[in-house]
Design a protein around this ligand. Sequence first.
Ligand SMILES: [Zn+2]
Length: 119
Amino acid sequence: MAGGGNAIRGSRVGAGPMGEAERGDAAPRQTVTYFCAREHRSVVPFSTEATIPESWDCPKCGLPASLDSDNPPPAPKIEPYKTHLAYVKERRSDKEAEDILDEALTLLRTRRKSGDIIF
Ligand SMILES: [Zn+2]
């Protein structure tokens, strides 16, 4: 049992920039606040040398967010929770792939035993 698989779940977004700031050797940063149609406020750190994009994908819901709090970009027709569905689907297909591989190996062994080797 190796365990530890759950460690990836936590967000690392805040850890990097903060750690760097504490060491004091990071490039100067500025934070930019983006607003999405669902009224999320996302503070995104940029290097002061970076070009600030006018829009940003909201990390909370995936909708496009803009710098203007009064005028966030309209939500696209595709529902954002589709990404969650896709994630679930992806996980399931991983399991399926495992099953398929298992099945293929079993089949291969069976074929070898019976002398019906295809490869
Ligand atoms: Zn949002």
